[in-house]
Ligand binder design. Sequence first.
Ligand SMILES: [Zn+2]
Length: 85
Amino acid sequence: MWLLSHQHCLCGLLGQMGDSTMIDNYALWEMHEAEQERQLSKLPVCSCCDEHIQDEYFYQINDENICVHCLNEYYRKDTEDYVQV
Ligand SMILES: [Zn+2]
C-alpha cells in the first residue's frame, strides 16, 4: 500500500516536471523555427521553382540560380536521345 501511494506521488511529480519541460521545449522549438526562417530568407532562390535553395550547392546559369532538383528535372538531357534518331 505504501508502494502504491509512493508511486502515485512520483507520478504526480513526474507529470508536473513533464509539463514544464514541454513548455520549455515548445519555446525552444519556436525560437528554433524563427531562427530557421531567418536563415531561410537569406538563402538564394531558385529562379525555376521559386524555392529557397537549401542544398549545399546550386547552379548558376546565365545569372539565374538553379537548384539541383530543377537542374536535373529541366536542364539535364540524355545525350543518347540525340544520337538515337
Ligand atoms: Zn528549383
